[in-house]
Design a protein around this ligand. Structure first.
Ligand code: SAM
Length: 469
């Protein structure tokens, strides 16, 4: 190999004959060094922002819309995202454009107005999960599972910032889901893969690639799919994706799925100007969709969708010893003034923590909590000290918060100071708990005391870098 962007010869050879692959253009786009930056806006927070969508345009150098998704935008250049308080407020997520195509698979194979139980089985750091949460209805459930503990904590952070109440973050092995047979209506597997689709953005990954690694990934993808499969209900949708170009991880997985399970391949409609390549698996002619960076404005990506034709439906049985209990009348009375009254939520208690969860998803909460290791469920409201709520950061990030909660607005420099968990000086703030806001979006809590202000931003999420742009 010569320069960093010399792609593995074995990869290039393996792609000969693949529909849509043009070696010269493919190599040229990797050599070009062009970087595509994109974000997906949080529709639940966009409406709260001081200037609505226009605020994003001021904060971010938006250059255009990503055509296969409602809330995705390309940027002219990559800003220093860490120094944008709106990122920390969960106003948007920085995400690769091609992977937002999962929205088409969801929209074209499901009625998103229905109440759905959705499992994101390979969820960290949360790109697909935050997207799925924005797509599903308020009385649908998203379970975001990540097997690696350290990655599950990043997933939790991103989902807490996103602010949806209908989400549970779990940290389980895929095999643990065997106890939830036929529970989910949608299973999204954005599988760990050999990563060739990201070589333009991460050239250092090229050195790790080998045909052997592709084989290992393919076997692991089969294990993950086989472990999760029983948890999908009959007529449920399976969405499988990778950021690999290798057929062993893409078309051959489609054939493996169609050969080993009662699945039907679901073709998706494409617009010609998206330049996404439709492929068929060699044996069973299942449909797949491949993104080449020389043809789309985005990185390499592959997606296929299926309908499950066997299984059955889930039958609810109340757990004998529920892991969460309904909050008492007194606890509800102490907490309700903090919450938006129309939110349709039920308050629960787990040890000392109070949490808010959509009232219509009571059975779902109980079943998932009974069978899995739940890191986070709904909105953590906080703990009661006597009759007083000590509010949790999750509540500040949530749209459940009562709109007239005491708040102070900060300019960018002060907001960054707050996000570094440093001292903030607030003149005129009344004593007690207050939200800190930037452009009308909450960043977190402070407690105003007569002689100082205590900063309650979560220590492990604080900005560590100095500077402001
Ligand atoms: C491609 S990433 C997922 C990216 C994520 N869906 C997103 O959009 O932000 C694949 C994830 O699968 C996880 N993973 C690795 N090995 C796994 C296994 N054996 N079973 C399940 N997940 C695994 C990785 O830790 C990683 O978080």
């Amino acid at each position: 190999m010569g320069s960093d962007m010399d792609l593995p010869v074995a990869l290039l050879q393996s792609l000969e004959g693949v529909p849509g692959y043009h070696r010269e253009a493919f190599e040229a786009v990797h050599r070009s060094g062009e970087q595509v930056t994109s974000v997906r806006v949080n529709p639940a927070k966009a409406s709260l922002l001081a200037g609505g969508l226009e605020t994003y345009r001021i904060s971010l150098p938006v250059s255009g819309k990503i055509p296969w998704t409602d809330n995705g935008y390309y940027l002219q250049e990559r800003p220093f995202f860490t120094f944008d308080p709106l990122l920390h407020a969960g106003a948007y997520y920085v995400q690769e454009a091609s992977s937002m195509f999962v929205e088409q698979a969801m929209r074209q194979t499901l009625d998103l107005n229905q109440s759905l139980r959705v499992l994101d089985g390979c969820a960290a750091p949360g790109g697909k999960s935050t997207h799925l949460q924005s797509l599903i209805s308020a009385d649908s459930l998203l379970v975001s599972n990540e097997v690696i503990k350290s990655r599950a904590s990043i997933l939790e952070e991103n989902l807490v910032k996103w602010g949806g109440a209908n989400v549970m973050v779990t940290n389980n092995d895929p095999a643990d889901f065997s106890s939830l047979e036929n529970f989910f209506d949608v299973l999204v597997i954005d599988a760990p893969c050999s990563g060739s689709g990201l070589f333009r953005r991460e050239p250092e990954a090229i050195a790790e690639w080998s045909p052997h690694a592709v084989q290992l990934c393919s076997q692991r993808q089969q294990r993950i799919l086989a472990d999760y499969y029983p948890s999908l209900a009959e007529d449920g949708t399976l969405i499988y994706s990778t950021c690999s170009y290798s057929q062993e991880e893409d078309e051959q997985i489609i054939d493996w799925l169609l050969n080993n399970f009662e699945l039907e391949s679901l073709p998706l409609q494409l617009q010609a100007d998206w330049n996404i390549v439709e492929v068929q698996s060699p044996e069973r002619k299942g449909s797949g969709y491949r993104f080449f960076p020389d043809q789309v404005k985005g990185e390499g990506f592959f997606l296929a969708a299926f309908r499950k034709k066997d299984g059955g439906q889930f039958h609810y049985r109340a757990p004998k010893k529920p892991k969460v209990q309904k909050a008492s009348k007194g606890e509800v009375a102490a907490v309700m003034p903090w919450l938006n009254q129309d939110a349709g939520i039920q308050l629960w208690k787990q040890q000392e923590q109070l949490l808010a969860f959509p009232a219509l998803l009571e059975q779902e909460l109980l079943v998932v909590a009974d069978n899995l290791y739940v890191r986070h469920a709904g909105i953590t409201v906080g703990k009661l000290a006597g009759q007083q709520l000590v509010p949790d950061h999750s509540l500040a990030m949530s749209t459940l918060l009562h709109p007239s909660t005491v708040a102070v607005s900060l300019k960018k420099e002060d907001a960054l100071q707050y996000l570094r968990k440093e001292q903030v000086i607030l003149s005129d703030a009344p004593t007690g708990w207050a939200l800190v806001k930037y452009e009308n979006l909450p960043l977190g809590w402070v407690k105003v005391l007569p002689n100082r202000v205590n900063n309650y931003y979560p220590s492990n999420w604080r900005i560590l870098k100095s500077g402001s742009n």
